[in-house]
Design a protein around this ligand. Structure first.
Ligand SMILES: C[S@@+](CC[C@H](N)C(=O)[O-])C[C@H]1O[C@@H](n2cnc3c(N)ncnc32)[C@H](O)[C@@H]1O
Length: 237
């Protein structure tokens, strides 16, 4: 993708020698899967927003220690959130990505991370649909950066309610750009622990505005913050 088509590097890539930048509208994310049409876009999460939300989650008195949680990025794209999660001592980090080209990019980024000696916990990218994904035993922290529309979100939440039915407190959700949060509100069994804005750092705001200003059709917007929420499954569904 050329700069004219919306590719502008984010400083996260320059600082870390990886490639996670760019904005790819959902209509260009073709994998051949029937859920392609529900895909919002590819865009890497702002590191400052991710770190702020994770800090906030740690203050919510999670049911287990951070090192006992598996971190699962649903809609992992090129793996930026996975790399950021790797800064913390999770039990493991898993990314699920529908688009094979993005999944391969994430795989390359993980290899660079590994080569640099920065992989401290098992990290794995799975190429496939979120609705087919397996969730590991033990406490899970599921991350969404607005990957898909309401219908996929609703069906995934129903699945989570079944998988975690007898596991109260073992599922927390971090949701950045929480456009489908009504779906979580309507899925019985989840309690909202936080709803509010996480601000982008100045550097992230400049980078993201530049990427947005460069997009071909001007359909996506970046503010200086992201609407976010944190949810906990209490198993009462
Ligand atoms: C906004 S990007 C988020 C990227 C990454 N989580 C991050 O924060 O850097 C959303 C991603 O969700 C993926 N996606 C959309 N629908 C999906 C589905 N049904 N299953 C798995 N991934 C999906 C898209 O291909 C896209 O890469």
């Amino acid at each position: 993708m050329s700069k004219k088509e919306g590719y502008t590097p984010h400083p996260f890539d320059a600082e870390n020698g990886v490639q996670t930048s760019g904005l790819i509208p959902g209509r260009y994310l073709k994998s051949g899967h029937k859920h392609d049409r529900h895909s919002t876009a590819y865009f890497g999460v702002s590191p400052s927003v991710f770190r702020a939300l994770l800090r906030r989650w740690k203050r919510t008195n999670p049911a287990a220690r951070v090192k006992d949680f598996a971190f699962i990025d649903v809609g992992a794209g090129m793996g930026r959130a996975m790399l950021l999660a790797g800064e913390h001592s999770f039990r493991q980090v898993i990314g699920i990505e529908l688009n094979p080209i993005l999944a391969r990019a994430a795989q390359r980024n993980l290899a660079i991370w590994k080569e640099a000696g920065r992989v401290r916990v098992p990290m794995q990218i799975v190429c496939g649909d979120a609705l087919d994904a397996g969730f590991p035993d033990g406490p899970c922290l599921v991350f969404f950066f607005n990957p898909f529309g309401a219908s996929v979100m609703r069906r995934l939440l129903k699945r989570l309610a079944v998988v975690f039915a007898d596991r109260p407190g073992q599922l927390d959700i971090l949701y950045v750009n929480n456009e489908q949060e009504l779906a979580i509100e309507r899925q019985r069994g989840f309690t909202r622990l936080f709803h509010g804005k996480e601000r982008r750092s100045r550097a992230d705001a400049i980078a993201d505005h530049r990427i947005m200003a460069n997009q071909p059709d001007g359909e996506y917007a970046a503010a200086n913050y992201e609407d976010c929420s944190i949810w906990r499954w209490d198993g009462q569904s």
